[in-house]
Design a protein around this ligand. Structure first.
Ligand code: A3D
Length: 308
């Protein structure tokens, strides 16, 4: 049966995710927002690309959660985005109320869905959705690692002069300045990047990855990144609707994995039709563990700030 994907928030990330979901043929798409007319107009425009792009699935814009009923996946992008001078944490108070209400409404109509949260600060917002939904941990996932890793892979590929798809590299931890772009495991078709780039160049790329979001905010001035964030959420949704067992870095609830418990954190997970099938654990070096623990402390502060 055709799958149904609801995207809440028809702004930059939401509309872009709708576009990628339609192009990749994930199923029927509902675009939902509080602002009247915006989701309807964007969905109608996207739906009319069917004859040109060669697809026949539905795209509907709405302000009514009844239209999201029985979704397989709900992607939450509703909320404020950063502007220059703002940290992701500055968004917390306003976005926690938005994500809370979106989650409550979404799960009322789609009690069996998988929730993918994109709203920032992501690690706190996915925790909000987890607490409010009452869903098991496998069905509430945050998007950040796919995006951060895509940025890391792009910068590495550019520096080495190879195709970005041949660069395997992962970012773990918080979606913030303490994120952990793993150097030891990054490679090009199996060849360690440490054999291909100087330590100084790698350090520059790690720093640029950690600041990848603000680099774009400072260019745009009116908002934050949306093309790759929208695609990254759809990459996760696709792995779930196709039950493909992709291994993707996602914000998942850790419960003993990597020796950490009780918080959402960017970790590699296997995605299948139930959402997170498992977290892929592996041995970290002492230095990596220290860096990951800094992420945990920062996420725990954010979780406390949600008041949940
Ligand atoms: P923007 O283009 O402003 O769109 C946000 C949309 O949310 C607007 O259309 C609003 O009308 C809508 N909205 C607000 N409140 C509600 C509500 N209660 N119910 C339904 N819709 C509502 O922002 P954006 O699309 O650029 O960014 C959306 C969020 O994603 C922000 O919090 C960003 O910080 C976040 N984001 C996260 C990442 C990650 O990697 C985690 C990347 C990029 C953006």
């Amino acid at each position: 049966m055709r799958k149904k994907i609801t995207i809440i928030g028809a702004g930059n990330v939401g509309a872009t995710a709708a576009h990628w979901a339609v192009v990749r043929g994930l199923g029927d798409v509902v675009l939902l927002d509080v602002v009247e007319g915006v989701p309807q107009g964007k969905a109608l425009d996207l739906w009319q690309s069917g004859p040109v792009e060669n697809f026949a699935w539905g795209v509907k814009g709405s302000n009514d959660y009844a239209d999201s009923a029985d979704s397989d996946i709900v992607i939450i992008t509703a909320g404020l985005a950063r502007k220059p001078g703002m940290s992701r944490d500055d968004l917390l108070a306003k976005n926690v109320a938005i994500v809370k209400s979106c989650t409550e409404e979404a799960v009322k109509f789609s009690p069996d869905c998988v929730l993918i949260v994109v709203t920032n600060p992501i690690d706190a917002m996915v925790y909000t959705s987890y607490k409010v939904s009452g869903f098991p941990r496998n069905r509430v996932i945050g998007m950040a690692g796919v995006l951060d890793s895509a940025r890391y892979r792009t910068f590495l590929a550019d520096a080495i002069g190879v195709a970005p798809t041949d660069v395997n590299a992962m970012v773990m931890g918080i979606h913030g300045d303490n994120m952990l772009p793993l150097v030891r495991l990054a490679n090009v078709a199996g060849i360690p990047i440490t054999d291909l780039l100087s330590e100084e160049r790698i350090n520059e790329i790690v720093k640029r990855t950690q600041m990848g979001g603000i680099e774009i905010v400072n260019h745009l001035k009116t908002g934050s990144a949306f093309y790759t964030p929208g695609l990254s959420a759809v990459e996760m949704a696709e792995a779930i609707v196709k039950d493909s067992k992709r291994v993707l870095p996602c914000a998942a609830y850790v419960d003993g994995e990597f020796g950490i418990s009780g918080c959402f954190l960017g970790v590699p997970v296997v995605l299948g039709d139930k959402g997170v099938e498992r977290i892929v654990e592996f041995e970290l070096t002492g230095e990596e563990k220290t860096a990951l623990n800094e992420s945990v402390a920062a996420v725990q502060n954010q979780m406390t700030a949600t008041g949940l």
